[in-house]
Ligand binder design. Structure first.
Ligand SMILES: C[S@@+](CC[C@H](N)C(=O)[O-])C[C@H]1O[C@@H](n2cnc3c(N)ncnc32)[C@H](O)[C@@H]1O
Length: 303
């Protein structure tokens, strides 16, 4: 076996292991919706989204819980993958929250509004200049820009206006009606989709609930990682506030998982908790063959 095929073999064995774990765990989770759409794919691209990790994460999700909370919703990758039977989703990004509500309530309307725009540079900048849209058109614009801008980045200027350049999307099909319908169906279980700070979002959680905290990753040593994608930066004080909040709700019996950067400053905030590592392979820029493993932490805060 050449070194290259050895590497491929190792990675495919890892994938098989991950898929095996996730199949087993998902089969056993007791509060999933039944018969919900096939894809489990989020309808947005989002910085820090956990799409690559959902298999590994689902193996750590408790087998039984009442309400699923995701207070740093973003694209809600784990939510769409797991399709819990009852959920409370929230985020501090206002436009994101409105878009999730519109996709839940009126996927046909959102899709029709997206379909009026072509996928080309000129239309992109026209849509980017539309600041006064209301109703589903506003959410359609959010999805359109997200899917056609550079790298799915969400960045606004000082006046709150989206300012990411066109991203040369590979496909004309931004989001299919089937995908939106599937997401809308999953979102019927979201009894609340709110725009709020994470701490407030989990105020009402109870002992039999499960909270998945997936914050922006910023450590005291490096605050560059995800700095660009929100109006307000998630500071080191916020990381400390999050750790305190996670411990507080875990003490009352709530099951809590927190993801974060693989950094000693983070592990020191959760020194009494069980720490796991999530692995993903990334191809180094400029080379199709050199892979390196990227790790992130997932911390099981409950006992
Ligand atoms: C890493 S992303 C979440 C990704 C998501 N879990 C996924 O898989 O797509 C972090 C999210 O936290 C949100 N956020 C930042 N500060 C927040 C705060 N104080 N309270 C609630 N949400 C916040 C951001 O708007 C962003 O959507």
């Amino acid at each position: 076996m050449t070194r290259r095929s050895q590497r491929r073999h190792k990675w495919s064995a890892t994938l098989t292991r991950i898929r095996g774990v996730h199949k087993g765990a998902m089969g056993a989770i007791l509060n999933r919706q039944d018969g919900v759409g096939p894809t489990g794919r989020p309808f947005l691209r989002w910085a820090g989204a956990k799409r690559a990790f959902v298999g590994q994460l689902s193996a750590l999700v408790p087998l039984q819980f009442d309400t699923y909370y995701e207070p740093f919703m973003g694209a809600a990758s784990l939510f769409f993958f797991m399709k819990p039977a009852k959920a409370k989703l929230s985020d501090s990004a206002t436009e994101l929250v409105k878009t999730f509500r519109d996709v839940r309530n009126d996927p046909h309307g959102v899709h029709a509004a997206i379909a009026q725009w072509g996928v080309d540079r000129e239309t992109y900048y026209e849509v980017r200049r539309l600041h006064n849209l209301t109703g589903v058109s506003r959410s359609a614009r959010f999805i359109y820009l997200n899917k056609t801008c550079w790298n799915g980045l969400y960045r606004v200027n000082k006046s709150g206006q989206f300012n990411v350049p066109f991203g040369l999307p590979k496909s004309q099909n931004i989001v299919s009606l089937d995908d939106l319908l599937s997401c809308s169906k999953s979102l019927q279980s979201a009894v609340a989709i709110t725009c709020t700070d994470f701490e407030q979002a989990v105020e009402d959680c109870r002992a039999d609930d499960f909270v998945f905290f997936d914050p922006p990753y910023v450590t005291s040593h490096s605050d560059t990682g995800f700095k660009d994608y929100n109006e307000t930066l998630f500071s080191w004080d916020d990381q400390k506030r999050l750790a305190e909040c996670a411990h507080r709700i875990a003490r009352k019996g709530t099951k809590v998982l927190v993801t974060n950067a693989d950094h000693p400053a983070i592990t020191s905030l959760y020194h009494s908790s069980e720490v796991h590592r999530l692995y993903r392979h990334s191809t180094l820029a400029g080379s199709g063959t050199h892979r390196r493993a990227i790790t992130e932490l997932v911390i099981k805060v409950h006992k």
